[in-house]
Ligand binder design. Sequence first.
Ligand code: PLP
Length: 371
Amino acid sequence: MYRSWLEVSLSQIEANFRAIRKVAGAGVTVMPVVKADAYRHGAVEVSRVLEEAGARWLAVSNVHEGIALRESGITSRILVMADFLPANRPLFLDYDLTPAIHSLEGIRDYERLAVLAGKSAAFHLKIDSGMGRLGTRASAGEILDVLGETRAARLEGLMSHFASAPNYTTSQTDEQIAVFTGVLNKLKEGGVDPALVHLSSTVPVAYGRTEAWGNLVRPGHAIYGYVSPAKGASSACAVEVRPALTWKATVLEVKDVPGGAAIGYGGIYTTSRETRIAVLGVGYADGYPHRLSNKGQVLLQGKAVPVLGAVSMDLTTVDVSGLTVAPGDSVTLLGVDGSESIDAQQIAKLAGTISYSVLCGISSRVVRLYV
Ligand SMILES: *Cc1c(COP(=O)(O)O)cnc(C)c1O
C-alpha cells in the first residue's frame, strides 16, 4: 500500500498519439515530446509504447534524458532540444542523439567533433524567430557561410518555437512564422533545403494552424491528454485526447473534531461546526501544490471534498463530514471518480499555475503504476 501513487494508462497515451497523428495527416511526422520524464508519466515506459505505436522520433530536453532512453533500448531518433552544453557535445555522437543547435559557434564545434569522430552527424538548427529564448538570430547569409564550411555535421532540420501559440488575439505567432519562413526561403535560395522543418508544439496542431506545421510537429501536452485553452478566435480543437494519468492518495486517519477547531499549520482554517476530517498521505513534497491550501478539492466516493487548512510537506487534510471513511481508503487528487473529475488544468487554476507545472511537479516520491 502506498501513501500516494500514480496510475498511468499507456493505452491512453497510445490513443492520444494516434489521435494526433490522424489530425497531422500523412505528410507530417509526429515527434512526441517525452522530456521531464514524459511530464512525469515515465519517459522509458511512455517511449516504449510510442515507439511500438510507430513513433520514429522522440524529443527530450537534455542529453542525459536521451542517454537514459538509449540505455533502456529505445532506437527511435531522439532530438535533444535544450542542451548543447560544450561538455555534453561528445555524448551526442556516442549515443546517437540529435542536437538542436542554437548558435553558429555550436555548428562549428559540432563539425569539429564529428570530424574528430569520423562520423556524419545530423543536427537541427533552432531559429529564434521571436520567442527570445534559445535559437540563433543569425541571418540566413551568416548561416549559409557556416554551413558552407561544414562537411561532417549535417543540417537535417530547421526548427523554431512559439511564445504565444494559444493566444489568437496577438499577431506574435504570425510574425514568428514570417521570420522563420524568411530564413528558410533564403537558405533554400542558397542551396540548403533541410529535410525536416518544424515549429509546432501541441497548440498549433490542436487548433489547426497548419501553416506552422512544416513536415514535423512536436506535441507534448496532447500526448498526455491535455490541450491548453485558446484565447480569442481560434478554430475548434481538432485533437481528441484524454488525460492518461490518475493521482491518488491514501487516508491515514479519520476523526471528528468539534466546531471551532483549528486545522493544520498556521491555523488558517477553523471549523464552523463538528467536522469529520481525513488526513491524506500526500503533501507538497509529493508535488501537491501548497497553493491548494484551503482551496483544493479531492474526490472521494464520487464526491468532491474540500482541502481544509494548509497543505503541508507530507500531509493534507480534507473535510469528509457525512461520509463513512476509514484509514486505508483512497482519494483521487487528479482523475475521475464516478461523475466527478479533476484534471491538471483545474488544479492549476486553483493553485494559480499552469497544468504543465502541476504534472511536472509531481515528485519522484509518488510511486508510478501502469494500468
Ligand atoms: C516542451 C516543448 C514542446 C512540447 O510542448 P507542448 O506544449 O507540451 O506540446 C515542443 N517544442 C519545444 C521546443 C519544447 O520545449
